[in-house]
Write a protein that binds this ligand. Structure first.
Ligand code: ZN
Length: 313
């Protein structure tokens, strides 16, 4: 059976894996990096590729690389990336192919992760799927009929910039206001909890010994803390609205939720599902399934490798 190399370049780490055609990971390595110069990323990828090749005992004849930022899939170029500020119009596919000695297919990292869940994870068997990754921001990926939908300019699936608050709203990194991204992310649970405690709301979290985290807020909510429950419910409701908007646009079989939001526990997702069900009742039982991601931090490398495998001549 053929194997492919999957690479995932983000703002804080670089991952590599040798992946079988059915999505099984034969070897996986990750390396912390600072999101700095292109040459450092190229050298790290070359080192990780050698490591996973050696530890799996397998060779690969093609490579897929997911990279954070605005990526031209056809040209193999990373135009720019908020997570990689030094990168401008980097011919990444060509550079990597020269170092690895195999053809390299470039993809946006969120698209690669969505394809991984679609081909070998939580959306396996679906025809149309959307992935929403909620970490420090919101990443999105859309797979329709087996193909990634990138849009006409490469901006498709920027679902974090769906505007859902017209009352002024929070300033978003994209320059607009009222986007969903600043409202639904792992840090927003912490920020909103602190803000309400500063305003005088009482909570057992005020006695917390360590730093306040999304996990701590989730655990307090599960234990019945009123403030934590209220904050978690607000974020969950907003997420439910976002999910119902996705269904209104795309009607996928499944929406996969990934990223650090899982650390906030089940109460946030329970609220999101409730809000989603209430807003999609018109579809009467035909509504999209909402599922949690299965591939975790390996979704990007698996998706990139399988995308490359599907493009194998
Ligand atoms: Zn925005």
């Amino acid at each position: 059976m053929s194997t492919s190399l999957g690479i995932d370049i983000g703002g804080t780490n670089i991952k590599a894996a040798v992946v079988h055609e059915d999505g099984r990971v034969a070897a996986f390595e990750t390396s912390a990096w600072s999101g700095g110069a292109v040459i450092d990323a190229l050298e790290t990828v070359e080192r990780l590729a050698a490591e996973v090749g050696s530890s799996s005992g397998l060779s690969f004849d093609i490579c897929g690389c997911g990279c954070a930022g605005l990526v031209d899939h056809e040209a193999g170029v990373v135009h720019r990336s908020p997570n990689l500020p030094q990168w401008h119009d980097v011919r990444l596919a060509e550079e990597l192919a020269g170092r690895l000695g195999v053809p390299v297919l470039l993809e946006n990292d969120a698209n690669a992760a969505a394809y991984g869940e679609y081909a070998a994870g939580a959306a396996r068997g679906a025809t149309n799927a959307v992935m929403v990754t909620i970490g420090t921001g919101i990443g999105g990926g859309i797979v329709l009929g087996g193909s990634i939908y990138r849009g006409s300019h490469g901006f498709a699936a920027e679902i974090g910039h769906s505007v859902i608050d017209l009352t002024g709203g929070v300033q978003c990194g994209c320059g607009s206001t009222g986007c969903v991204e600043p409202l639904v992310n792992a840090a927003s649970l912490v920020v909103q909890t602190k803000q309400r405690m500063d305003e005088g709301a009482e909570s057992a979290l005020a006695e917390l010994a360590g730093p306040l985290t999304a996990r701590a807020v989730g655990e307090a909510a599960a234990a019945g803390d009123q403030l934590a429950r209220s904050v978690t419910a607000d974020v969950g409701r907003t997420l439910g609205v976002l999910l119902s908007n996705i269904v209104a646009y795309l009607d996928p079989d499944v929406i996969v939720i990934g990223g650090g939001v899982a650390a906030a526990g089940s109460s946030l997702m329970d609220t999101a599902r409730g809000e989603f069900a209430a807003r999609t009742s018109i579809y009467q039982g035909m509504a999209t399934r909402i599922v949690m991601a299965e591939l975790g931090r390996k979704a990007g490398v698996v998706g990139a490798a399988l995308l490359a495998a599907s493009a194998r001549p």
